[in-house]
Design a protein around this ligand. Structure first.
Ligand SMILES: C[S@@+](CC[C@H](N)C(=O)[O-])C[C@H]1O[C@@H](n2cnc3c(N)ncnc32)[C@H](O)[C@@H]1O
Length: 327
C-alpha cells in the first residue's frame, strides 16, 4: 500500500461509524438473526427507504459487517452479530452512541479545541456534555446502555487483577449501572458492595443487581463524588476520572483519600511510544467531548500524589485497562 492509499484509508474511515450506527439504530442485526433478508424486506420491517437501506448495507458489507449473498439477501457476519441486542458482548448500544449528534458533531470543531483547549462539545452545544445529557434523557439512556456494554469484556480481568479478599465492603464510586460490582460480588461471595451514583442512574443499577441475584449484598447510594463518598474498606473508581481535568480529578481523589481506605483507580492508561492503543483516541474523545484526559501511568500516579495519596503500583488488567492502587 502506498502512503497515499494509507492516508486515504484513514481519512475515509469517517464514513464507517455513521453507517454502523444507522444499522444499529434500525435494529438490522436483530432482524436478520434468524435468516438473511433482502434490503426490500428489511426496509418494510424497520420502516426505511429500500434503496437507501440497500446502499448502506452494501457499504457495511464491504468492511465485513453483514454479508450479501448471491440472491441479494443480507445476513450476519461475526462482527454484525455483535450489533444484535441482548447477546453477550453486544455492541449495539455502543454503535448507536457513536452515531448520536452529541458524540459526532463536536468533532467538526476539534481544531477549535486544539487552538484553545476548550472542549469542542461546549462550543457546539453551549454547555458541557453532562449538562446536555441531564436535559436529554433519550441520549442519556443510550449513553448509559453503551457505557454498560462497552467495557463488558473487561470486568472479569479487572476483578482478577487485584486481591479483594481482605475487604468486607467495596464502594464502586461512579459505578454506572453496576456491571463491575456484579462481577466482583460473584467472584467474592462474602463481599458486600456499595454503588455510589447520581440519582438518575440508580434505577438502572437496581435492575442490574436484581437480575444478577446480588441485590441483597449491595447498597445503592445517591451522591456526588466531588463532595462525599460512603465509607468502605476500599474505593474502586473506574472510567470516571478521565472525564475530568487534572484539578477536578485531584478534588475527587481528595474526597476519596479522606475515607482512609485504599483507592483503586481503573482507567485506560496511555503507553509510551507510537504504538496503537485504545487510550490514544479515547483521550481525544475526552479532549473534544468531556474536557478530561486519558493519562500515562506516571501522570495518574502524580495526580494521586497531588491528592495526598501514595501510589502503590499499577497492574495491567487487559489490553485496555490498568489498575492503580493508592493508599
Ligand atoms: C463513564 S461512566 C463510568 C461508569 C462505570 N464506572 C463504568 O466503568 O462503566 C462515569 C459515571 O460517573 C457518574 N458520575 C458523574 N458525575 C458524578 C458525580 N458527581 N458523582 C457521582 N457519580 C457521577 C456518571 O453517572 C457515570 O455513570
Amino acid at each position: 500500500m502506498t502512503a497515499r492509499q494509507e492516508l486515504m484509508g484513514l481519512l475515509t474511515g469517517k464514513w464507517i461509524p455513521p453507517v454502523l450506527a444507522t444499522l444499529a439504530e434500525l435494529g438490522i442485526a436483530d432482524e436478520v438473526a434468524e435468516k438473511p433478508l433482502t434490503a426490500e424486506d428489511l426496509a418494510e420491517r424497520v420502516g426505511a427507504q429500500p434503496r437507501a437501506l440497500y446502499r448502506v448495507l452494501r457499504s457495511a458489507a464491504s468492511v465485513g459487517v453483514f454479508a450479501e449473498d448471491a440472491d441479494g439477501r443480507f445476513g450476519l457476519t461475526e462482527t454484525a452479530g455483535l450489533l444484535r441486542s441482548g447477546v453477550p458482548e453486544s455492541l449495539r448500544d455502543a454503535a448507536r452512541m457513536f452515531g448520536l449528534e452529541p458524540f459526532w458533531t463536536p468533532y467538526a470543531q476539534l481544531a477549535h479545541t486544539v487552538r484553545t483547549g476548550e472542549p469542542a462539545f461546549d462550543r457546539v452545544f453551549g454547555q458541557s456534555i453532562y449538562e446536555y445529557l441531564g436535559g436529554h434523557p433519550d441520549d442519556a439512556g443510550v449513553f448509559g446502555a453503551a457505557a454498560a456494554t462497552f467495557h463488558g469484556h473487561a470486568m472479569a480481568p479487572i476483578v482478577a487483577s487485584h486481591d479483594f479478599s481482605p475487604y468486607g465492603v467495596v464502594v464502586d464510586v461512579g459505578g454506572g449501572s453496576g456491571g463491575l460490582l456484579v462481577e466482583l460480588l460473584r467472584a467474592y461471595p462474602r463481599l458486600r458492595g456499595v454503588l455510589l451514583e447520581l440519582e438518575s442512574v440508580l434505577p438502572e443499577a437496581t435492575t442490574t443487581f436484581r437480575d444478577a441475584g446480588v441485590a441483597d449484598r449491595v447498597d445503592l447510594v445517591a451522591g456526588d463524588f466531588f463532595t462525599d463518598v460512603p465509607p468502605g474498606d476500599a474505593h474502586l473508581i473506574k472510567s470516571c476520572l478521565h472525564n475530568f481535568t487534572d484539578e477536578q480529578t485531584i478534588e475527587i481523589l481528595r474526597v476519596l483519600r479522606r475515607t482512609g481506605a485504599p483507592v483503586l483507580i481503573v482507567e485506560t492508561m496511555i503507553p509510551a511510544g507510537n504504538t496503537p492503543h485504545y487510550s490514544k483516541f479515547d483521550d481525544i474523545e475526552m479532549l473534544a467531548i468531556a474536557g478530561g484526559a486519558d493519562r500515562t501511568e506516571r501522570e495518574w500516579a502524580a495526580l494521586a500524589e497531588a491528592a495526598g495519596l501514595r501510589p502503590r503500583g499499577v497492574v495491567e488488567c487487559d489490553d485496555r485497562f490498568s489498575l492503580l492502587e493508592a493508599t
